[in-house]
Each structure stands twice: as structure tokens, then as C-alpha cells.
Design a protein around this ligand. Structure first.
Ligand SMILES: [Zn+2]
Length: 178
């Protein structure tokens, strides 16, 4: 059962692409302003003096908003883990965050940069094994070539695993591209 305070709303573009997650207060404001249509509701109500509002779970903008460009997604440790699905890119296993680290594909000692396209998720063991070598030198092929992520982490970085309302999944899963 969700607490009112932690209730959030998934905001979709008019094209049904997820844009971001907003507080329920922000969701009600958008709704009252007539900028969105409600696709799904939470089974949660917010009471005010005069009325009782069922809180929206998924909103869709009536007008298309151009989403942020790819480069705007913040480069951070957590976002690299999210992009790589918490999977070591060398042994292809999923690990809890405390056992993960970031690996420079082209080692920093060989001028490899700390960027989306040169940093991947690795478990500590693989990270040590690979050491200051390229994947080719270490004979440790990457699971997926690292890329600048598309929109998905923009939404996901705000979510803790297991807290995603089931109704959201069809919108999050179907767009997992790039
Ligand atoms: Zn590994």
C-alpha cells in the first residue's frame, strides 16, 4: 500500500513516451490546468476541504513536448549501472550495487575518458582481472558496446527496484530502445 506522501505519477508525452515522474501534487496541477489526460488512477485519494480527488497514476500530455536531448542525461555511477541493468559487462552477471564498480573500457592510463561511451558497469572481480588493458587485450569482450542512454534512465533513476506500479510497466518496457 502506497503512502500518500510517496505517491508519484508517470508523465507521458502525447506520443506515450515516458517523460518523467512527478509528485502527485504536480500531477493534480497539470490536470487542473487541462494540460493532460488521465490514463490510469491510483487507488489513493487526496482530500481537500471541498473535494476528494483520486490521484492520477499515469498522465499523458495533450500537446507534444520535445524531450531532452540524449546528451542531457547526467553521467553518474548510478546511471551507468541503470543503463547496464546492474549487469557486469564482462561476465554478464547481475550484482548488487555494493559489488559493482565502473570500468574504463579504454583504461584511464591510456587516455580513456570518463564518458558514457567509455565507462561500463563491471563487478569488482572482472575489474581487477581486466586491469589496465583494453577488452581486446584482456580477451574480455563487452556484453554491449557502451552508449549514451536514451530516455529510459531519465525515468528510472528516480525509481527504486520493486516500487514501480504495475500499470506503468507497459509504458516503460515497450519503449526500451537505444
Ligand atoms: Zn564480472
Amino acid at each position: 500500500m502506497h503512502e500518500l506522501a510517496s505517491t508519484r505519477t508517470l508523465l507521458l508525452n502525447s506520443s506515450y513516451e515516458p517523460m518523467r515522474i512527478v509528485s502527485w501534487q504536480k500531477a493534480l496541477i497539470l490536470w487542473f490546468q487541462g494540460k493532460v489526460e488521465v490514463l490510469e488512477y491510483h487507488q489513493i485519494f487526496a482530500r481537500s476541504v471541498r473535494s476528494n480527488h483520486q490521484l492520477p497514476s499515469i498522465l499523458r500530455l495533450k500537446t507534444y513536448v520535445r524531450s531532452r536531448s540524449r546528451g542531457d542525461i547526467r553521467f553518474s555511477r548510478e546511471n551507468v549501472y541503470i543503463r547496464d541493468d546492474y549487469t557486469c559487462q564482462y561476465c554478464y552477471e547481475v550484482y548488487p550495487t555494493r559489488l559493482l564498480t565502473l570500468d574504463h573500457v579504454i583504461p584511464a592510463s591510456k587516455d580513456g575518458k570518463k564518458t558514457w561511451t567509455n565507462v561500463v558497469t563491471a563487478c569488482r572481480e572482472c575489474n581487477q582481472k581486466k586491469a589496465a588493458r583494453t577488452p581486446e587485450q584482456a580477451k574480455m569482450p563487452l556484453k554491449t558496446p557502451p552508449r549514451v542512454p536514451s530516455w529510459l534512465p531519465v525515468v528510472q533513476w528516480e525509481l527504486k527496484p520493486g516500487t514501480v506500479p504495475p500499470a506503468w510497466l507497459q509504458y516503460l518496457a515497450s519503449k526500451k530502445v537505444g
